[in-house]
Design a protein around this ligand. Structure first.
Ligand SMILES: [Zn+2]
Length: 282
């Protein structure tokens, strides 16, 4: 398998040869940075964990440069920091029993440039080889511009491949901004009650990010627990962990649908709901 970016890497934790290591994929997750997959796509990781008939493939699009650093990493150069982040992603792929892990190694500037088609072509190559039933990526209301860039490239890549290799579902998941605000009947709620220890390990392995002064490990598991309790005001908790996604499948089913208009319609329905609740109480 060749990628447009010569420094891209493909790691297969269990050593299964290509192309099988990719063609066995059932759950594909495409994120911007090292650690995004473990934060947003835990549903797919858990669905495939210790299974022989379901396989998770992770794709990280950027090289992770420019991240904050502190503690033992304080004096690392940008190149050294990128190398650490790659190693952390490979560790996570082993911890999570991923079927494959791809690191496309693009600078975030390439991801945020709509005219740069190299990431789209690489993603189309992976999506075609994987033929996954479900793809997880960032949601369109995320507040990190690189995340939005990845989502747009994923949509473009899926639209470019033959219909028979397109996923049945495309989910936009939570990292920077959660999706609690979506109307309940528009939320895709994913139960992640199982293997809390594994979930903690998967986020905890990204030490360079956490030691930089951000407790992603506590925040990620805390958000899942909070969603489980705040999911319904008049019912007891049915899970101990939930993650939410925005269903982006309509954007690949209808190639004429504009991503900005699509997410704006969700925001408008949320706004209408807020206004209606206030009106009822006045
Ligand atoms: Zn990220």
């Amino acid at each position: 398998m060749t990628f447009r970016n010569a420094s891209a890497q493909l790691i297969v934790p269990d050593g299964t040869p290509l192309p099988e290591a990719l063609t066995r994929t059932t759950h594909l997750a495409i994120g911007a940075h090292q650690d995004d997959l473990e934060i947003m796509a835990v549903d797919g990781i858990l669905a495939c964990y210790q299974r022989k008939d379901a396989w998770f493939c992770g794709v990280v699009v950027t090289n992770g440069s420019g991240s904050p650093r502190a503690g033992v990493y304080a004096n690392y150069t940008d190149e050294e920091m990128c190398a650490v982040r790659v190693q952390e992603q490979i560790k996570a792929a082993h911890v999570g029993d991923f079927g494959a892990q791809v690191l496309l190694d693009y600078p975030s500037s390439a991801v945020k440039d709509g005219a740069d088609k190299r990431p789209v072509e690489d993603l189309a190559t992976i999506i075609t080889a994987a033929g996954a039933e479900i793809i997880y990526t960032h949601n369109l209301a995320d507040k990190h511009d690189t995340h939005i860039g990845v989502t747009l490239k994923v949509i473009e890549a899926i639209r470019s491949v033959p219909e028979d290799v397109r996923p049945k579902r495309l989910l936009g998941c939570e990292v920077w901004r959660d999706l609690d605000w979506l109307l309940d009947d528009e939320k895709v709620a994913m139960d992640c009650s199982a293997h809390e220890n594994l979930q903690a390990a998967l986020v905890g392995v990204f030490d360079s990010q956490i030691a930089g002064g951000k407790r992603y490990d506590l925040a990620t598991l805390g958000r899942r627990r909070a969603h489980a309790t705040y999911a319904a005001s008049h019912a007891t908790d049915e899970t101990t962990g939930l993650t939410y996604a925005m269903d982006l499948t309509p954007l690949v089913a209808d190639a004429t649908l504009d991503p900005a208009a699509f997410v704006q319609a969700h925001i408008n329905r949320f706004g209408d709901d807020v206004a209606a609740r206030i009106a009822r109480a006045q």
